[in-house]
Design a protein around this ligand. Structure first.
Ligand SMILES: C[S@@+](CC[C@H](N)C(=O)[O-])C[C@H]1O[C@@H](n2cnc3c(N)ncnc32)[C@H](O)[C@@H]1O
Length: 523
């Protein structure tokens, strides 16, 4: 990794981000290379996102066979470095965009850490058209580039060939991943999904967890096996077992293709599901809808504190009370008094809401935004007018998006708005008159344990929940609570709330609430 280290020191982070240049640690590259070489007839290998060539290094460290490696790279800067480092006669490097070129070639091995962009602003249309033409699969504009790389590589694989890809685990559990998973199942070459569940993030500066996908274009297996590995030592042990492919792995979950559902989150196949230990559960969507908070596209510009309001002389009627940061709130109940406290402490809890340009100061502030190019940002440029705020009424309950210690639900008694730091929970007719009962359940440890089934891991203990992760999570069926239990829970809940407001931190009441709900839902 010395070459990669030196490269990182010599170019700006901005440049690396532009091309998604995050490098594969050598032990991982070595593991992937050995899978590719497991095809003893392998003569040609492609790395479609070459970088500095860690995979080529790992291949030649593991074999003396006469193998030709083709490397593609879109960035001429890193390519010039790669050319200096890869003198091997059998390595041919090309300055090319993988998706738009090279469709006619086939390879015995394809090994890749594809570019991953969290939010893309590139034009995906041509790429998607190409994929549709060649593979007959229609994908949405949200589809991330790394999955397009993967689909193309499958298309280019020779019989008996193998693929090793390292990708963010995201698509296994996200909505846009469903079509990809559907394709993978129909295609039938994917043999292993290896979740890298390491305590420390292996990619020092990326924030998602990764999985290694291993494919074989052979008829040796009709199964797909899932396995989580927790350390490099475990990955090494797995290597020894993979030499016996298609024999099952110790600790793996091997499933026939016919048993795998592409519509489900595949977490189900590699993580024990808490909800299986409970009864009387229904999807959260039975009681309401979780929706993301207001996205401004430029929080610094759109949010105000009192000082900023005074400075720009913006009248009150152009500012809405709003919570922009999760750490402003440290209690499960948020009321107007707490809001006023934040405001007095000069926190940015006011959101610009310009519905007309009749006020001169407001007009000037909008002009300032244009001078600073705020109107050209990704979100603002798609709005009319660019400074309009999303119409999202205050929701009765908020839930935190990123978490380290489990989900945080907050009762929005102040009835004010929130930015994307929280998701909004809107209740429907089935639960609106049982808001406190439902909220009491959401505060319990047992509810949080069950929500865990739908979390997304971002490494280093950071977890994220997208709105749909919560909509499809299971919660207690309120109809299974008896009248006596409901009376008891509500009484405990009110006492708990009163305690919080009088600054008592003891959670005896919450413990009791947890016990009652646990009794209702434990099998
Ligand atoms: C995640 S890095 C992986 C680099 C190297 N293979 C490794 O594993 O360390 C992805 C590389 O692909 C390059 N890249 C990005 N988009 C590409 C494209 N459309 N076609 C070819 N290469 C691309 C980037 O410049 C970057 O070097």
């Amino acid at each position: 990794m010395q070459d990669e280290k030196e490269y990182c020191q010599s170019v700006s982070l901005e440049h690396r981000k532009k091309y998604a240049q995050f490098f594969t640690p050598y032990p991982i590259a070595d593991f992937m290379a050995q899978w590719i070489l497991g095809n003893t007839d392998c003569k040609t290998i492609l790395d479609p996102a070459f970088g500095l060539g860690v995979f080529a290094r790992a291949i030649f460290d593991n074999t003396d066979r006469n193998i030709n490696i083709t490397g593609l790279e879109i960035d001429s800067l890193i390519l010039s470095q790669a050319r200096k480092l890869n003198h091997h006669l059998n390595v041919n490097l090309y300055h090319q965009d993988y998706i738009s070129q090279d469709w006619q070639e086939n390879y015995d091995g394809i090994i890749c850490n594809p570019p991953y962009f969290k939010f893309h602003d590139y034009d995906n249309k041509t790429n998607l058209k190409e994929i549709k033409q060649k593979l007959g699969i229609t994908l949405t504009g949200f589809t991330n580039l790394y999955t397009l790389f993967l689909l193309k590589s499958i298309y280019q694989l020779n019989p008996n060939g193998r693929i090793a890809y390292i990708v963010p685990s995201e698509f296994l559990n996200s909505d846009y991943g469903k079509k990809i998973k559907d394709y993978l199942i129909k295609d039938g070459k994917l043999r292993y999904v290896i979740i890298l569940d390491f305590a420390e993030n292996i990619f020092t500066d990326a924030i998602t967890t990764s999985s290694i996908l291993l494919f074989a274009h052979d008829k040796k297996s009709q199964d797909l096996e899932f396995i989580s590995v927790k350390s490099l030592t475990e990955l090494n042990n797995l290597q020894t077992e993979l030499n016996k492919y298609p024999q099952s792995l110790t600790g793996g979950n091997k499933l026939n293709y016919s048993q795998i559902n592409p519509k489900l989150k595949w977490r189900l196949y590699y993580q024990p599901q808490q909800s299986l230990n409970f009864k009387n559960l229904v999807p959260f969507s039975a009681y309401g809808k979780v929706v993301r908070g207001i996205a401004t596209g430029a929080n610094d510009y759109f949010t105000f504190n009192l000082e900023k309001q005074k400075h720009y002389k913006i009248p009150d009627c152009y500012l809405l009370p709003c919570i922009p940061k999760a750490n402003y709130i440290n209690s499960p109940f948020f009321n107007l008094a707490t809001f006023e406290e934040l405001k007095e402490k000069n926190k940015k809890v006011l959101l610009l809401n310009v519905t007309d340009l009749q006020n001169e100061n407001v007009k000037k502030y909008i002009q300032l935004g244009e001078e600073n190019q705020i109107h050209k940002k990704h979100l603002t440029s798609h709005r009319k007018p660019w400074y309009a705020i999303e119409k999202r009424p205050p929701s009765p309950i908020w839930v935190s998006v990123f978490n380290r210690n489990g989900l945080r639900f907050i009762k929005n008694e102040a009835k004010i708005r929130n930015l994307t730091t929280f998701h909004c929970i809107y209740l429907n007719l089935l639960s609106a008159n049982r808001e406190d009962l439902l909220f009491a359940y959401l505060l319990t440890d047992v509810s949080k344990k069950i929500f865990q089934d739908n979390r997304r891991e971002y490494g280093q203990g950071l977890e994220k929940f997208e709105p749909n992760d919560l909509n499809s999570s299971l919660v207690v069926n309120l109809d299974c609570i008896t009248v006596q239990e409901e009376i008891k829970i509500i009484d405990l809940f009110q006492r708990y709330r009163k305690n919080i407001f009088s600054n008592h931190t003891q959670s005896e009441f919450l413990k009791e609430i947890n016990e009652i709900f646990s009794r209702i839902i434990t099998k």
